[in-house]
Design a protein around this ligand. Structure first.
Ligand SMILES: Cc1cc2nc3c(=O)[nH]c(=O)nc-3n(C[C@H](O)[C@H](O)[C@H](O)COP(=O)(O)OP(=O)(O)OC[C@H]3O[C@@H](n4cnc5c(N)ncnc54)[C@H](O)[C@@H]3O)c2cc1C
Length: 378
């Protein structure tokens, strides 16, 4: 860092806040396909517990576009998921893909390994990554350039100046809220989950199981190292009312499940307290603000039942980064506006399509149509 006596100043072209898959993918596009300088700001130390996710095989096309080979990832980053069973609408098992997904090949993704490799490539291509760094202030000049006040846990305070600002903060869309860009929220879905491990080695099927319940739905998937993840999804008020964030209540509800609990038979031990994650659906109209764009979950987020969040996060990041590149390098005003409009329209179209699929998916379950969770989704 270099600059004034009081506060160091760093200059960049594009500031990306949030170093998840969307932030990293946008950085990689800009670093690979333009000469723009890119700086990523991440609040965590990148060691947070990341929830296990399922992705379709199209993730490899996206990685190809980012110029990252599958072989760059450690073994077990993509574990094939051979079976996806859901108990949804009746007690008879159905193939979960019939519920939402259109891709017939699914992989269980190790997010820690995945994110780590993406960020390694960002750094190797000349991107600056500030982890453990909080944004304490945002200001935009008359020229629409941005100045962010940042606080790094070891380096202290500094300013970051950039021409374009990208919100890649995930579902909370923190930067959007700070700079006055509003989101339309469509539900208050949350996930409360936990990891289990088996002390005695046992052969675990590489599968994912879902089971509906009057209050919401369960999800269970096998992980490497004799572990299993189990999560319950419901609305924030229902989780609050039943205190499902408390281990004892969550486990009582798990004991009422008919199928999920069976996968845990045989000395499954709970590892740590249950975690709680925001899993709500929302859409943001970010391009109305000058020199600003939201990508990934910050632009639109989806019910995890759809398993489209990560694919969308990276696709929107690629399109968003290309849009930013045009805004900063082209002099053609009409083309620039057209690209911004196209970016936002694509997000709107995708979100509307998702809402239709989500409705159809929840309508498959008619046993508790009067229950609050299900009636909200009909
Ligand atoms: C329980 C659960 C299960 C899911 N399952 C699936 C699945 O099976 N398949 C699928 O495709 N998707 C799934 N998703 C969705 C998927 O996790 C997201 O779509 C994806 O992570 C979005 O990537 P992102 O980079 O936009 O945001 P994130 O992955 O949320 O990354 C955002 C980053 O920004 C950082 N950040 C946040 N605020 C700030 C701030 N103010 N300053 C600096 N940094 C900040 C965060 O620390 C984080 O590193 C699931 C989500 C949940 C909650």
């Amino acid at each position: 860092m270099s600059g004034s006596k009081e506060k160091a100043e760093i200059n960049t072209d594009v500031i990306i806040v949030g170093a998840g898959p969307a932030g990293a993918a946008a950085a990689l596009i800009l670093l690979t396909y333009s000469d723009l300088k890119v700086t990523l700001v991440e609040q965590s130390d990148l060691n947070d517990v990341r929830v296990v996710e399922h992705v379709g095989s199209d993730i490899f096309d996206l990685l190809g576009y980012l110029k990252i080979a599958k072989s760059a990832f450690p073994e077990d980053t993509f574990l094939p998921c051979y079976d996806q069973t859901s108990y949804w609408g009746s007690d008879e098992p159905v193939n979960a893909q019939a519920l939402f997904s259109t891709d017939n090949k699914a992989f269980r993704l190790d997010r820690e390994k995945f994110d780590f490799v993406l960020l390694g490539h960002v750094a190797a291509r000349g991107g600056l990554v500030y982890s453990r760094t909080r944004c304490t202030g945002f200001s935009q000049g008359v020229d629409h350039n941005w100045q962010l006040s940042l606080k790094n846990r070891s380096q202290g305070q500094f300013n970051l100046n950039g021409r374009y600002l990208i919100d890649a903060c995930g579902r909370k869309a923190d930067v959007c809220r700070q700079v006055g860009v509003l989101s339309a929220r469509h539900d208050k879905l949350m996930g409360v989950g936990a990891f289990f491990h088996f002390d005695k080695p046992r052969k675990l099927k590489q599968e994912q199981v879902m089971e509906s319940h009057e209050l919401g739905w369960w999800y269970c998937a096998r992980l490497p190292d004799q572990r299993q993840v189990v999560a319950f999804f419901s609305d924030a008020d229902i989780i609050g009312q039943h205190r499902l964030n408390q281990a004892v209540n969550w486990q009582q509800l798990l004991a009422q499940s008919r199928h999920i609990k069976l996968g845990l038979k045989g000395e499954a031990v709970l590892s740590g307290a249950p975690w709680v994650r925001n899993a709500s659906s929302h859409i943001t109209h970010s391009v109305l603000k000058k020199n600003f764009i939201a990508i990934g979950d910050a632009a639109a987020s989806f019910d995890p039942i759809s398993a489209i969040g990560l694919g969308f996060a990276m696709t929107s990041a690629c399109h968003g980064a290309r849009t930013v590149q045009t805004q900063l390098t082209s002099t053609d005003k009409l083309a620039k506006q057209a690209q911004l409009d196209a970016y936002q329209q694509e997000i709107v179209d995708h979100f509307e399509h998702y809402l239709r699929l989500r409705k159809a998916c929840y309508r498959h379950e008619h046993r508790w149509s009067g229950a609050t969770f299900w009636s909200r989704r009909r």
